[in-house]
Design a protein around this ligand. Structure first.
Ligand code: FES
Length: 354
């Protein structure tokens, strides 16, 4: 897995809503292998604004079988990258792009007969549409239910494409929820929240067996979905979610109490080693490695994407937050370095282990 950036040319820009565009990138033949992706993964872009390098991750909205590489970007207020992408980027420009990453993904099985349930709100649709298209095309015996919340029809990203998929596939049920427009149905008027989860389950799923749940969007919606299915006794391994950001401010996370450990940390990346001393209550390992000029991968720095993922080869660390790694990855020693602090006197971290 490469964490290097490549300048990809913008092939197409489509306006989806007043504040959202889909950007399709040209992948040169020499990079085709590196930019192969699994439905649900994301790309990280790098751009320098006012002398400062910023990185932002966006989910891929095309499906692998379409042989395209597209992301959707919604302009957010004061968003340095999103405002540029929506208002200034042109066809023919290049974007410094890191190859696809991410654990929120689905690999279709042509013979599976599953019941997949998707919840999305706002721009949380971007990985979800890629996953839904992939299942409908490559896992045709499975059923797909999708519950999609927006303010209004005009704000609904991919509205026409999704409605066309709904009309063309008997095994796809799409239900729109609108919070600022009357849908004519009391269940779908409003947001997807705690009470709606129960209505959805009873009204649209009829208590059916659910094989997997996927949720992407605001934290509040994700937590409602997660709690609902956890309370129903669903195994955690079947509930998948992706947060775009978290409301937990990392600087407010309490430093673990107890003695402060002075650690000697070695970071390995691209077969190069960087060694430094770091206290258990000091900077995170990603930041400390960057201070040594190590070219370590990162994007959100908030424990939400998994761009900064690395493996503990020796010693122990603790993480402030983890909204991105699966339990089995943590058990295998993987960490989010932007959230990690050493807790043993010697720690070796490798970015070269996958
Ligand atoms: S940079 Fe996103 S989780 Fe660390």
């Amino acid at each position: 897995m490469s964490t290097s950036f490549h300048a990809l040319t913008v092939k197409k820009i489509n306006k989806e809503t007043a504040d959202t565009v889909t950007i399709t990138l040209e992948v040169p033949p020499i990079l085709t292998g590196e930019f192969q992706y699994i439905a649900g993964q994301y790309l990280t872009f790098k751009k320098t604004v006012n002398g400062e390098e910023i990185r932002r991750s966006y989910s891929i909205c095309s499906a692998p079988y379409e042989k395209e590489l597209s992301v959707a970007v919604k302009a957010i207020e004061n968003g340095l990258f999103s405002q540029f992408a929506v208002n200034e980027l042109k066809v023919g420009d290049t974007l410094d792009t890191m190859p696809p990453m991410g654990n929120f993904k689905i690999t279709p099985d042509a013979n599976a007969q599953k019941n997949h349930i998707f919840y999305a709100a706002g721009s949380g649709i971007t990985p979800v549409i890629s996953m839904v298209k992939t299942i409908l095309k490559e896992e045709p015996k499975s059923k797909v239910h999708m519950f999609y919340g927006n303010k209004s029809a005009a704000d609904t990203i991919f509205l026409e494409e999704l409605d066309a998929l709904d009309a063309a596939n008997d095994n796809f049920e799409l239900v729109h929820f609108l919070s600022r427009e009357d849908t004519g149905n009391p269940i779908t008027n409003g947001r997807i929240d705690q009470s709606t989860c129960a209505s959805i389950f009873n009204t649209y799923l009829h208590g059916a067996d659910v094989d997997a749940v996927y949720a992407c969007g605001p934290e509040q919606m994700i937590m409602c979905v997660k709690d609902f299915y956890t309370n129903k006794g669903m195994d955690k391994s079947k509930i998948h979610f992706e947060l775009f950001k978290t409301s937990v401010p990392t600087e407010n996370i309490a430093v673990e109490s107890g003695e402060v450990i002075s650690s000697n940390v070695t970071v390995v990346i691209d077969d190069e080693e960087y060694q430094f001393d770091l206290n258990s209550n000091g900077k995170n390992i990603l930041q400390a490695a960057q201070d040594q000029d190590a070219d370590v991968p990162f994007s959100c720095k908030g424990g939400v994407c998994c761009t900064c993922r690395a493996k503990v080869m020796e010693g122990t660390v603790r993480m402030d937050l983890n909204f991105a790694l699966e339990e089995d990855e943590v058990a295998d020693g993987f960490i989010l370095t932007c959230q990690a602090h050493p807790t043993s006197e010697k720690v070796v971290i490798s970015f070269d282990e996958y």
